[in-house]
Design a protein around this ligand. Structure first.
Ligand SMILES: C[S@@+](CC[C@H](N)C(=O)[O-])C[C@H]1O[C@@H](n2cnc3c(N)ncnc32)[C@H](O)[C@@H]1O
Length: 417
């Protein structure tokens, strides 16, 4: 690993500690001229450190009277992640980290790093082997906010919550689906139980890259198929409405799998960069039946767009089902923010319901595993003035630790009058 990759990983970790920004935004700060090897090395250090941040902090805090200034603290965290990742290389890791720290910080700071990292190398295996059960212990062991752990303990119980936390801490796989002209590739292996989806083998990017660029292969988690496929089971002809659609992943699946009787799919999202990305995805993937409309779902009415046989609402959510690959998201949530989200989801569901024609179906979906954002939200809608025209026909939940794919909630409602 180059000193550059290490040093930039330290700077980006310090940035993250100051404000838990999205990882994708932090990665944009890597120097332009870097080759893929340097990028990969830096990203892997940053992701490992951020994913395990509370555990690494706990290991270090035990040997420090107070935390040092931000950049040195970040350097110690990155080095501690390396110790956790490669325990058998501890002596080498400490040696490299101390010499890099010596190149950036003062002599006493180098001395401090040397003393602390040697102790951390011994402490980390002990922490990893500890049996943890309380919300506070689970929170540091698996690096999640305590309030989220408590919430999940209430909903899933101890065993499943631990399995969920462990899932979030494991490295995310990459999955893909052929949009058109599928072919057998070494880099892609079939996934049992999820028709049409493939797992990308480690080191396989080189082989698939051109297919993605040409608009043939779409990177997508198998859980993303649940909502569009449930909708398509109920609609064989007419028009479909794809709400909260950008960047267009579920819309593209609708386009690829809808029967010939479906003439048009209207994909709606707010104007902005995500909408533009959706439009260019539709062009790149040659999606002829998809029409992108920049609109606010709250302002939709059948007067403008007509009504639809099938409506898919993929509501913005807490992302609790995709924390394995959105490793920063857990730190950007608050319980207050969740309540605001639930109220937005309720508003969007009510607005979406107005677009379904008599006898038609509405699929509500999120990438959250929380009942409050899925089943409970839909139950409350069914009790409301608008909801009394609908009945719940089916619902599915994808639980990552059980189903080995992203989490999701998918509920199908039918308009009965
Ligand atoms: C879960 S993402 C959608 C992912 C998308 N369905 C896909 O499969 O690629 C939620 C989307 O909701 C959109 N959104 C949020 N509020 C909206 C509103 N009032 N009107 C339209 N779109 C909205 C966001 O811009 C975001 O793109």
């Amino acid at each position: 690993m180059s000193d550059d990759s290490w040093s930039v990983a330290v700077d980006l970790t310090a940035d993250f500690l100051q404000r838990p920004a999205r990882m994708s935004h932090l990665l944009e700060k890597m120097p332009d001229g870097w080759d893929s090897g340097k990028r990969r090395a830096c990203q892997s250090l940053l992701f490992g450190t951020v994913r395990h941040i509370r555990l690494l902090e706990k290991a270090l805090d035990a040997f420090l009277k107070r935390r040092p200034k931000a950049k040195l603290w970040a350097a110690l965290l990155v080095a501690s992640w390396e110790l956790m990742d490669e325990p058998e290389q501890a002596a080498k890791v400490v040696h490299h980290a101390v010499s890099r720290i010596g190149g950036r910080f003062s002599k006493p700071e180098k001395g401090l790093a040397n003393a602390v990292l040697r102790k951390v190398a011994g402490r980390l295996p002990e922490l990893l082997e500890m049996e943890v059960r309380t919300p506070a212990d689970l929170a540091w062991r698996y690096s999640h906010p305590k309030w989220l752990v408590k919430r999940w303990l209430k909903q899933f119980g101890l065993e499943d919550t631990i399995a969920f936390l462990q899932w979030n801490q494991s490295e995310a796989g990459v999955f893909a689906r052929w949009q058109r002209d599928s072919q057998e590739l070494e880099a892609l292996s079939r996934i049992e139980g999820c028709e049409g989806f493939f797992r990308l083998r480690a080191g396989g990017w080189g082989e698939v890259f051109s297919y993605i660029e040409e608009g043939r292969l779409y990177v997508q988690n198998p859980a993303a198929s649940l909502a569009p496929r449930l909708l398509l089971k109920s609609v064989e002809k007419g028009r479909l409405l794809d709400l909260c659609a950008a960047p267009g992943g579920k819309g593209l699946l609708l386009e690829a799998e809808a029967s010939a009787g479906v003439q048009e799919i209207v994909s709606v999202d707010l104007d902005g960069p995500r909408f533009e990305r959706m439009k260019s995805n539709f062009t790149r993937y040659g999606a002829k039946r998809l029409r992108a409309e920049a609109r606010d779902v709250m302002d939709l009415s059948p007067d403008k767009l007509g009504s639809f046989e099938g409506v898919l609402l993929d509501a913005p959510c807490s992302n609790s089902g995709v924390l394995q690959h959105k490793i920063d998201a857990r730190w950007r949530q608050t319980s207050e923010g969740l309540r605001e989200l639930e109220s937005l989801q309720r508003g969007l569901l009510e607005a979406a319901s107005g677009m379904v024609r008599d006898g038609g179906v509405l699929v509500y979906s999120t990438c959250s595993v929380d009942t409050a954002e899925n089943e409970s939200l839909v139950s409350a809608f069914l009790e409301s003035e608008k909801g009394k025209h609908f009945t719940l026909e089916s619902s599915q939940v994808s639980l990552p630790w059980r189903d080995a794919r992203d989490g999701a909630g998918v509920l199908l409602l039918r308009r009965i009058g």
